[in-house]
Write a protein that binds this ligand. Structure first.
Ligand SMILES: *Cc1c(COP(=O)(O)O)cnc(C)c1O
Length: 462
């Protein structure tokens, strides 16, 4: 299996190289050259299997000879052993034919643990056997950073620096990043918003001297390994509701488009998914784009679902690549227009996108109301991101098709929004109950490439 860049001019890589690299050297994102498919029998066989067994079947065709079957089974087992639920991704029911897929039982209480725990294991094995060391730099609106620090803390072959927007992440998110004591993990509070953090990260990757000097590796959702790990729970959820004999739909609270893109890959692999619904908060560039209004950047408005507060949705580039029939030049052109503020999608590409994705948005008030109503009608406490999904799913779902809404974080990760809506302050699970007593360690840095490079080089050279 080979990986190509969405901008058409970076070298073709193996799975291992694409995973260790992250962003392609032409500024694009790596995607598999072809999407493997599973037969209906292979999918039917997943009914009743463990999460780990399904994970092996779904991901194996993508990893080529990077790991042997035994190694890969072992990595999967280790990655999910840290989860607080035996099913890994259990479902609960919200209403007739509406289900909630709980993706928050990992060590940092958000779905990003599914990918990051596995990536941590894969990096460790791949780098260890080569005797190499890399520097991971990531940008986060909160959940990626905590998941990355948790997955890589104490590992031998990596240093991790996480850029997060100062003052714009929840206390739980920040403390999950700033309280680990291992000396290979570093939380950097940037004076800017999440898009600034993402832009500085891209700057670092495009500075080839720095990139090669520190052996930069990326684990943001642009990393193909992240997307791949997220394909698995679409299969476990759909087959437990009767796929492949029964079609299901998914609604996905969306920011950087990694999670929903994993759903699209599941569909391409043969999973019968009827609708893939993109749910956004008031930062609705994707909803507007998918409704045919072009992709034009506005300003980010801080919301109660901060992990979705973005204007530039990096994995959307992968969706555009397929919508433009994998024409890397066309994508490169769009991305350069985006640098000037935005672009319009061609009619053919728009049709291709709308054939796969539908979309909706939830305002702040609607999100809060949904949290209130869900408690009243189901007894469930929703985190605000999951509530955005539930609200949009309620509006767009057809009652004959099972709708699975992804619950992307645990309510205790965003206690203020949940308390405002319900009067209940959701407690942290017992395994992290002392989070607010641990000491914090972080560095404030300017929203500036040179300042960041200086800081990182300084830490690595001491
Ligand atoms: C990251 C995140 C999202 C958005 O996921 P994308 O893959 O970036 O679209 C939604 N909800 C929560 C809680 C998250 O952490």
């Amino acid at each position: 299996m080979r990986y190509i860049s969405t901008r058409g001019s970076a070298p073709v890589l193996s799975f291992e190289e694409a995973m260790l690299t992250g962003l392609a050297r032409d500024g694009g994102l790596y995607v598999p050259e072809t999407i493997p498919t599973l037969t209906a029998d292979q999918i039917a066989a997943m009914q009743g299997q463990s999460y780990e067994d399904v994970a092996f079947t779904v991901m194996r065709p993508f990893i080529g000879d990077t790991f042997t079957d035994d190694e890969f089974r072992d990595l999967i087992a280790k990655a999910y052993a840290t989860f607080g639920h035996a099913a890994r991704a259990p479902m609960v029911q919200l209403a007739p034919n509406h289900f909630l897929l709980e993706l928050f039982h990992g060590p940092t209480l958000a779905f990003k643990d599914f990918a990051m725990q596995l990536i941590g294991q894969m990096f460790q094995l791949a780098l260890g056997r080569k005797g190499e060391r890399v520097t991971i730099v990531g940008a986060t609106s909160g959940d990626t950073g905590s998941a990355a620090i948790e997955a890589f803390r104490g590992l031998d072959n990596v240093d991790v620096f996480i850029l997060y927007p100062h003052g714009r992440v929840s206390d739980v998110q920040r403390r999950q990043m700033t309280t680990p004591t291992e000396s290979n993990v570093h939380a950097l509070a940037v004076d800017g918003d999440f898009d600034d953090c993402q832009a500085r990260l891209k700057d670092m990757f495009n500075d080839f001297e720095f990139r090669d000097g520190v052996r930069l590796a990326g684990v943001n959702s642009i990393n193909w390994g992240r997307v791949l790990a997220q394909v698995v729970y679409y299969f476990t959820a759909a087959t437990s509701l009767g796929a492949p004999l029964r079609e299901v739909s998914f609604t996905v609270p969306t920011g950087n488009f990694g999670d929903i893109f994993a759903g699209y890959i599941a569909k391409r692999m043969g999973l019968p998914i009827k609708e893939l619904v993109v749910a956004t908060n008031q930062n609705d560039i994707l909803d507007r784009c998918l409704k045919g209004q072009g992709y034009h950047k506005g300003t980010v408005h801080a919301s109660i679902s901060p992990s979705m507060d973005i204007q530039v949705s990096s994995n959307f580039e992968r969706a555009l690549f397929d919508a433009y029939d994998r024409d890397g030049n066309a994508v490169a052109q769009l991305m350069s227009e985006l640098g000037q503020g935005g672009f319009d999608v061609s009619q053919g590409a728009m049709q291709a996108l709308q054939d796969i994705y539908t979309s909706g948005r939830a305002s702040e008030a609607e999100t809060t109301q949904t949290i209130t109503d869900a408690l009243a009608t189901t007894g469930e406490l929703l985190c605000p991101h999951s509530a955005v999904g539930v609200k949009v799913a309620q509006e767009l779902r057809d009652e004959a098709t099972p709708m699975i809404t992804l619950a992307t974080a645990h309510p205790a990760k965003f206690p203020d929004a949940v308390e405002d809506a319900t009067g209940i302050r959701p407690p942290l699970p017992r395994r992290m109950a002392d989070l607010f007593e641990r000491d914090e360690r972080l560095t404030r840095v300017a929203n500036d490439l040179e300042a960041l490079k200086t800081h990182i080089n300084g830490v690595l050279n001491t």
